[in-house]
Design a protein around this ligand. Structure first.
Ligand code: SER
Length: 344
């Protein structure tokens, strides 16, 4: 008999790292992880790990022959800055990889006559504010506003949201008998900050990079100007959002794609907070106009009221708690350098 499993793609990445840790604590399910890379040492042994390519259809076929996959967290993606370096490859991984998995989930749902849950993280990158004035004027953006991304990653995520909705609600809509479809659910994340991992290839990376560099005692030149602002969230809240959305009764969901966020800070405000904990941190600003233009196209804040109303979303880490209770102490422990002042 096939073993029941939760599949996590991109498990070696930042969100995967935190999600695998969290899910392994609840212990009800076998965790099946898939990534091109080996798992980081801290989460090795918590899952059955398959090192392989999401685009390898033979590999996926083998996985469904061995495992009865009930839930998929599809985290694998190339982030926004990295995607601008190799846009076509980004499309392959971000879109074709997602399409293959949606198809697999659909086939499996039909085969078992029960919907597979497909949880998908999308991103603030699906927004595209046309200029700084609009960004200033329209601060908290709702799900359906300003959906004109200017990055390949943003285009990929927006399209995959739509594919997920299609496979969930309209798949083979002309067939005489409506087939069983997947249960697709998606959260749009702001910039994420983890105390335990560093992002690679994102454009919101200046936030986490600034904090980690200060804790390591290394100088950091921030690639956006001090006034540049986007919303952020601490990693435990990102995991909490994925799990909470997955647990919500389906009939409560008035949409399949939800904004979630916690706090909005400018780069200068992040620097001020970091200096409270690490007064000798050397943080300067050396804006890269091209990367900064991407940040300028993302909204200053997200309206996450739909998630709050429909499934009770609320971040557990507001800005003070995120920095004082989660980021500073954990990063301090990680690099063994004492924050002076602000840390608790
Ligand atoms: N953190 C992502 C990036 O910068 C945005 O979702 O690409």
């Amino acid at each position: 008999m096939r073993k029941k499993a939760i599949l996590i793609t991109g498990a070696s990445g930042e969100v995967g790292h935190a999600l695998v840790k969290q899910l392994s604590q609840s212990g009800n399910h076998l965790l099946l992880t898939l990534d091109l890379q080996p798992l980081p040492p801290e989460i090795q042994g918590l899952s059955t790990h398959v090192q392989g390519d999401l685009l390898d259809t033979h590999l996926l076929a083998r996985l469904v022959s061995e495992f009865d996959i009930e839930v998929i967290y599809h985290l694998a993606a190339l982030l926004s800055t990295r995607s601008e370096v190799t846009p076509e490859m980004a499309h392959q991984i971000n879109v074709e990889g997602t399409l293959g998995l949606l198809r697999l989930a659909t086939e499996q749902s039909q085969w078992r006559n029960r919907s597979i849950q497909f949880i998908f993280p999308s991103s603030i990158a699906i927004y595209g504010m046309p200029d700084r004035e609009s960004k200033q004027l329209y601060q908290r953006v709702r799900e359906f506003e300003w959906n004109q991304p200017r990055t390949m990653y943003g285009c990929n995520k927006l399209y995959c949201e739509m594919l997920g909705i299609y496979y969930s609600r309209h798949y083979r809509q002309l067939a005489a008998q409506q087939p069983v479809t997947i249960d697709f659910r998606c959260v749009r994340f702001p910039g994420l900050i983890s105390a335990f991992t560093l992002p690679s290839g994102g454009t919101s990376d200046y936030g986490p990079e600034m904090i980690h560099a200060a804790a390591k005692g290394e100088p950091y030149a921030c690639f956006v100007r001090p006034e540049a602002r986007i919303p952020f969230m601490a990693m435990p809240d990102a995991v909490h959002a994925l799990l909470q959305l997955g647990q919500a009764p389906r009939e409560r969901l008035t949409r399949l794609v939800y904004n979630v966020t916690s706090f909005s800070l400018s780069a200068g405000q992040i620097r001020e907070r970091v200096l409270q904990a690490f007064p000798d941190a050397q943080i300067t600003f050396a804006p890269d106009p091209k990367r900064e233009a991407i940040i300028d196209s993302w909204p200053a804040d997200l309206d996450d009221s739909a998630a709050r109303v429909d499934w009770g979303w609320q971040p557990q880490y507001d800005v003070d708690r995120a920095f004082q209770e989660y980021l500073f102490p954990n990063i301090q422990a990680r690099y063994r350098r004492s924050p002076q002042g602000g840390g608790n």
